[in-house]
Design a protein around this ligand. Structure first.
Ligand code: HEM
Length: 405
C-alpha cells in the first residue's frame, strides 16, 4: 500500500507512530500532497534539516505573499508582531533577537523561579483538595505554565482566562490548525488584544522598572541596539504563547503515557531520583510538539528527492523521537532511558530558549503529583479523547482523570 499521510485522520491524530515508522523506513523525506509539503521523519535528517543553512525559518513571508488579498488584510496586523518572533527569523536578525532575549530568559533566571513554580503547583493542587475527578488539562496542566509565565512577565493572576482566550485565538494562526472556520479573523482579534495589553505593560516598565523579565527585556542592550517597542510586545507574546501551550501538553501527554504504563509510574514513585530522566522520556515518548516547519532556501537533493527552493517542509519531531537507529525499543516508555537524544526542543540555532523552564516546571509538577497521589487514572477511553488537530501542538483538549490518594 502506498504511503499517505493525512494528519487530520482521527486514527493518525490519536496515534501517528505506526504510520511514522513506515514513513521513516520507506521514505524519510516524503512528499505529502495533502500538505503540499515535504515531511521528514528520521532522526538524522531531522537534525540535519534543523542544523543547516539550506533551509529558512522564515515560513511567514512566503505564506503571506501567497495569501488571497482578503486574507492579507487580516494578516497585516498579525504579521506586524508575529514576523518579529525570533523563531521565524534567520541570521543575522535571529542572532540579534536571541542575544537580547537571552538576557531575560536563561538558565540562571529560570533557576531563581523554582520557589514561584513550587508555590503555583502547591496552590493549584490545594484547590483540587476534596475532588477525585478533575480535568487534568483545564484544572492543572493549563493554568500551571500559564501562571508561571504570567508571573515572569508581571501579568496579574486574574488575567489568566483573558490570556488563555487571546492565546487560543492566536493559535489559529501559528499552531497550523486545519479545521477552524474564520481562523485569521480570530487570530487577528487575539493579536490586537494582546498587543494593546503588552504595549501598555511595556510603557509601564519603561516608566517604572520592576524585578520581572519584561523589565529585563526593556533594559536588554547589545553593542548596537535594544529591542524596539514592537519587538518587546512580540517577545512578550511569544513567551506567553510558547511558554504555556507546549508545557500543558507535555504534562497531559505524560499522564496518558504513565496511565498506559503503570509500572513506570510505580518505578518513579519508588525512585524519585529518576525524575530528570523521566521528564526527558516524557518529552521523547509523546512530546507536545508534533513538528516544526522550514522552507527550502535553495534547491538541492535530500533523501533521494529534489527539493525546490520555496517548498515547505515539516520536520516531524514526534517521528524522529522514535527512530530505532537512535533509541532502543523506541515504542517503550522507559523513565530511566539514558542517553536520550530526543529533538523535542529542536536543534541548532533555534533550540528552545524555554527548555530549562519547561523541564523545571515538569519536574516540580511530577514530584508533587507523585507525593500526593498513588495513581492518576485516565477516566475516559483513550479513543474518545479529543486530540488537537494541528501540525505544531500535540495533545488533547481535555483529560478527565481520577485521582487515587
Ligand atoms: C515542553 C515545552 C516546550 C517545547 C516542547 C518547546 C519546543 C520548542 C521547539 C521545538 C522550538 C524550536 C522551533 C524551531 O526550530 O522551529 C522552540 C523554540 C522556542 N521556544 Fe520552546 N518549547 C517548550 C517550552 C517553551 C517555554 C516554556 C518557553 C518560554 C518561556 C519557550 C520559548 C521558546 C522560544 C523563545 C523559542 C524560539 C527560539 C529561537 O528561535 O531561537 N518554549 N521551542
Amino acid at each position: 500500500m502506498s504511503l499517505f499521510y493525512d494528519p487530520s485522520n482521527p486514527a493518525v491524530l490519536r496515534n501517528p507512530h505506526a504510520l511514522f515508522a513506515r514513513m521513516r523506513a520507506e521514505d524519510p523525506v516524503h512528499w505529502s500532497p495533502k500538505l503540499s509539503s515535504w515531511v521528514v521523519t528520521s532522526h538524522a535528517l531531522a537534525e540535519s534539516v534543523l542544523a543547516i543553512g539550506d533551509f529558512s525559518s522564515d515560513r511567514l513571508s512566503p505564506f503571506y505573499k501567497q495569501a488571497e488579498a482578503t486574507d492579507r488584510a487580516k494578516l497585516n496586523e498579525i504579521m506586524r508582531y508575529i514576523s518579529l518572533w525570533l523563531v521565524f527569523r534567520n541570521p543575522p536578525e535571529h542572532t540579534r533577537l536571541r542575544r537580547l532575549m537571552n538576557v531575560a530568559i536563561n538558565p540562571g533566571v529560570v533557576a531563581g523561579l523554582q520557589p514561584d513554580i513550587a508555590s503555583i503547583v502547591d496552590l493549584l493542587l490545594e484547590e483540587l483538595k476534596g475532588r477525585d475527578e478533575i480535568d487534568f488539562i483545564g484544572d492543572f496542566a493549563m493554568p500551571l505554565p500559564a501562571l508561571v509565565i504570567m508571573k515572569m512577565l508581571g501579568v496579574p493572576r486574574d488575567m489568566l482566562f483573558k490570556m488563555k482566550e487571546w492565546s487560543d485565538d492566536l493559535i489559529n494562526f501559528v499552531g497550523s490548525p486545519r479545521t477552524v472556520e474564520d481562523k485569521y479573523e480570530r487570530a487577528r482579534r487575539g493579536v490586537i488584544a494582546m498587543a494593546d495589553f503588552f504595549s501598555q505593560l511595556v510603557a509601564e516598565r519603561r516608566a517604572q522598572p520592576k524585578n520581572d523579565i519584561l523589565t529585563y527585556l526593556v533594559e536588554a542592550r547589545d553593542e548596537q541596539s535594544a529591542l524596539t517597542d514592537d519587538e518587546l510586545v512580540a517577545a512578550a507574546m511569544l513567551m506567553l504563547f510558547a511558554g504555556h501551550e507546549t508545557t500543558t501538553n507535555l504534562l497531559g501527554n505524560a499522564v496518558m503515557a504513565l496511565h498506559a504504563n503503570p509500572d513506570q509510574w510505580e518505578h518513579l514513585r519508588q525512585s524519585p531520583g529518576s525524575i530528570e530522566s523521566a521528564v526527558e522520556e516524557f518529552l521523547r515518548f509523546d512530546g507536545p510538539v508534533l513538528s516544526t516547519a522550514r522552507v527550502v532556501a535553495r534547491s538541492h537533493e535530500l533523501g533521494g528527492h529534489s527539493l525546490e527552493e520555496g517548498q515547505r517542509m515539516f520536520v516531524m519531531l514526534t517521528a524522529a523521537n522514535r527512530d530505532p537507529k537512535v533509541f532502543d525499543e523506541p515504542d517503550r516508555l522507559d523513565i530511566g532511558r539514558k542517553p536520550n537524544r530526543h529533538v523535542t526542543f529542536g536543534k541548532g540555532a533555534h533550540f528552545c530558549l524555554g527548555a530549562p523552564l519547561a523541564r523545571l516546571e515538569a519536574k516540580t509538577a511530577f514530584n508533587e503529583l507523585l507525593k500526593r497521589f498513588q495513581r492518576i487514572e485516565v477516566a475516559k477511553p483513550i479513543e474518545e479523547l479529543d486530540w488537537i488537530d494541528a501540525m505544531v501542538m500535540r495533545g488533547v483538549r481535555a483529560l478527565p482523570v481520577r485521582l487515587h490518594r
